[in-house]
Design a protein around this ligand. Sequence first.
Ligand code: NAD
Ligand code: DAU
Length: 363
Amino acid sequence: MSHLLVTGGAGFIGANFVHYWRARHPDDTVTVLDALTYAGNRASLAGANAVDFVEGDIRDTALVETLLRDRGIDRIVHFAAESHVDRSIHGPAAFIDTNIIGTMSLLTAARSVWLAGDGSPHRFHHVSTDEVYGSLGAEDPPFSESTAYAPNSPYSASKAASDHLVRAWHHTYGLEVTTTNCSNNYGPYQFPEKLIPLFLINALHGRPLPIYGDGMQIRDWLHVEDHCRGIEAALLRGRPGEVYNIGGGAEMPNIAVIDTLCSAVDAAFVGDPTLAARFPDAPAASGKPTSRLKTSVSDRPGHDRRYAIDERKARAELGYAPARDFATGFAATLNWYLDNEGWWRGVLDGSYRTWVETNYAAR
Ligand code: NAD
Ligand code: DAU
């Protein structure tokens, strides 16, 4: 039995991880620490049993120390971050504060509590990104764990710095750490600023689908549940001090993702006549192709051209393999957004900020 602290557990991947972990490790205790920034959503944790939610900031070292000590926490799974590249271009300071200073604060707390104790087993698992490796050319080999760091955005630079801090706390102080660097996630509960949920919701409203530049940037798409499976494998079988790359084995140019999305929305409206009444502004509601919403806009500054993951180490050492291909994962994701309109409407109208007060007011 383990006691987990999940930072950023009200965000997209963190919330999926909490649901995943609760279902598979019912005897463990789970505490979520989340500052509820714009990206934090308590509604994403609805239905996750026996999760203790603490609203707080990872930069509050004293708070983290108290949580670790009082609850006997022996594993930290660190998701909390500013995560959106576009936001980092407009306001890098928050990325430095949360991703770098915040990670140092957690490491400081973990060191002071865990390494001052009786030396019992512990684990600090750091969730990072393939963006730290920079941008690949069309013919370059995929990123491996020994690829040199070359971050290009304020976001990826801040994540790279946090990765180095985690490494240093292991080598200098002996903290037992693992890091996973993974590719683009998609799935339930993703904030609609990222490509897939933004475009799905825009398609349902008949709004433009803004394609940056030529749309030929390549990403490796990973269903969030496969990412959770990879983190679980690293927690249970990863060697302290090691880094593992996690990918989805689904390298695709953005335009191919967008075309898949447009066709899938069209097919959903054909298959379910009630969608036309629910989303009358969608082109598909009047039999027109969703693809007519595709709109070219100026490119993201410093836009990385291609990411790709060499995950042989995770496969060999952790037994990791993604269970879903993109077609299956995307179909499930579209269904989730159609079935959970209340979740994303709450984000669009801002009511997700008061979800707890609204849903638990009478209790
Ligand atoms: P997200 O933006 O959806 O969620 C981030 C969460 O962190 C939110 O709940 C937010 O409230 C919380 N948070 C922010 N600052 C905090 C602070 N100072 N203290 C406590 N909580 C704070 O992010 P995500 O997409 O779920 O990403 C989670 C992690 O995975 C991040 O570290 C990100 O860099 C990494 N990652 C994401 C992807 C992806 O495709 N989304 C891919 C690779 C790696
Ligand atoms: O690679 C892992 C990273 O994936 C994570 O570390 C980040 O936290 C996560 O946000 C994601 O970064 P990206 O920048 O790749 O994701 P985003 O969804 O913002 O964009 C995906 C691609 O789609 C990218 O090439 C930019 C493009 N795009 C995005 C948006 C929001 C568009 O063309 N139009 C858009 O409106």
